[in-house]
Design a protein around this ligand. Structure first.
Ligand code: PLZ
Length: 455
């Protein structure tokens, strides 16, 4: 990695209990005014963040293995991004691209055309959040095909708006009590190698077989001719960092092409060097018709995009897509600086190096500890799935929660995920130093050992 200069000391430092007095006071104020429906993982409040650390209002410095859910890949205050944002806000913060357009939006679209898979003619439209990008990809697919049905998968996560709640699989906490949901959304089986049955001869279900299973459900229960879009995360995020079996995505993509179905890759979490490639679709050699992006794209500023085949996106009438803030100029400036940093710092290479470090340590631990069911993931999108002791695969959400809580008490921010709540996911900022990553892994390993012994 071409080195980055850190502004804050890259260290784990605990000076108070969690939460310290200032955080505790903020928690009290929050209770009186912030809606209870918004929950926070950390009990502490942030004063500063840089590289691999988050510093709280009491002066504690925590190692960040979450990056604000895969957002701050280039760091939470990357100097190049900060400079670009400062420069842009000094000129104009907003004019609305639908009213008074500006170059930054076009530059982002040019960059996305260059970086996304495929050398076909591409167009992009910019939005504010991942959910908004997904909604718009569905709008585009329906408009372009004249069809209604949208196919999604078990364990999928696509957002919290009304349409994207329908697309998301998990009821609690995302959907429960918030219906009715948007119609014409159909869920089909995913390829989840760790939780698949076996073939009668004892062999594993292949990616091609898992795809055939999903396709059969689509053809029998929906009808290929009714399907506007097939929407899938190439590696599922919130659902548990599920990497489908090899061949699953290519088979689905080929089927979609053959039936005039728009293949949408939701790369909101996997995109922008997170998995060691610009987009996770590249690992399987697929070229999606549309790609949804957000999170890592703009170094922490809210920006999202749909990029894809010109003939699909341009099928929409002028004025059919947009929004007040979509492609905000400050967010565009941040995105251009972030993408430049990903190239300059070779964050794809960095993500692959993180994969090597983390997987070698955690797979070694898995040999000793039977509550580790599987270590998986790609690049710096890595996970450990926990199971009850005894050699089976029954999920253990309690142990998972305890491990994350212990690590947090020890000053390492670790997120969980998964349909069964039994997956620890590691999403460090890609600019984290080797020393800090090693230290965080030692804390995680200790937490796992402690909980495994208690079990
Ligand atoms: N698609 C694949 O991962 C966001 C959500 C956290 P927004 N994932 C984190 C939470 O509990 O709300 C996500 C995603 C994929 C879409 C989204 C939605 O992106 O920017 O949160 O709307």
């Amino acid at each position: 990695m071409n080195t980055i200069e850190y502004r804050l000391p890259q260290e784990r430092r605990r000076v108070t209990e969690f939460p310290g007095p200032r955080s505790a006071a903020l928690a009290e104020r929050r209770k009186a005014v912030v809606g209870a429906g918004v929950a926070s993982t950390l009990p502490v409040y942030v004063a500063d963040a840089d590289g691999g650390v988050i510093v709280d209002v009491d002066g504690n410095s925590l190692i960040d293995l979450g990056a604000g859910i895969a957002v701050t890949s280039v760091g939470a205050s990357n100097p190049t991004v900060v400079d670009a944002v400062r420069e842009q806000v000094g000129h104009f913060t907003h004019t609305c691209f639908m009213i008074a357009p500006y170059e930054g939006y076009i530059e982002v679209a040019e960059k996305l055309a260059e970086l996304t898979p495929g050398d076909h003619d591409k167009r992009s439209v910019l939005f504010n959040s991942g959910a908004e990008a997904v909604e718009n990809a569905v709008k585009i697919a329906r408009h372009a095909t004249g069809r209604d049905a949208v196919v999604v998968f078990d364990h999928a996560y696509h957002g919290r708006t009304n349409l994207t709640m329908a697309l998301t699989a998990k009821s609690m906490p995302y959907k429960s009590g918030f219906g009715p949901f948007a119609p014409e959304v159909y869920r089909v089986p995913m390829s989840y190698p760790f939780r698949e049955g076996l073939n009668v001869d004892g062999s594993e279900i292949s990616g091609a077989q898992a795809a055939a299973r999903a396709i059969s459900v689509i053809e029998k229960q929906i009808g290929a001719d009714n399907v506007a879009a097939l929407l899938i995360e190439p590696i599922q995020g919130e659902g548990g960092f599920i990497v489908p079996a090899d061949g699953f995505l290519p088979a689905l993509s080929a089927w979609a092409r053959a039936h005039g179905v728009v293949f949408i890759a939701d790369e909101v979490q996997t995109g922008f060097t997170r998995t060691g490639a610009w987009f996770a679709s590249e690992h399987e050699g697929i070229v999606p018709d549309l790609i949804t992006m957000a999170k890592g794209i703009a170094g922490g500023l809210p920006l999202a995009a749909v990029t894809g085949r010109a003939e699909l996106i341009d099928a929409v009438h002028p004025g059919g897509l947009g929004g007040t803030y979509g492609g905000n100029p400050v967010a565009c400036a941040a995105a251009l600086a972030s993408m430049e940093q990903m190239e300059t710092l070779d964050l794809n290479g960095r993500a692959r190096a993180i994969e090597d470090t983390v997987t070698s340590r955690l797979t070694a631990l898995a040999d000793e500890i039977d509550i580790i069911g599987e270590v998986r993931g790609r690049g710096a999108m890595l996970a450990v799935e926990f199971v009850l002791p005894g050699g089976g695969r029954a999920p253990d959400a309690e142990a998972t929660k305890s491990i994350a809580a212990l690590a947090l008490q020890d000053g390492v921010v670790i997120l969980t995920c998964g349909t069964y709540g039994n997956v620890i996911r590691l999403l460090p900022p890609l600019v984290i130093s080797d020393a800090l990553l090693d230290e965080a892994l030692t804390v995680l390993e200790n937490s796992i050992r402690i909980v495994a012994e208690e079990n």
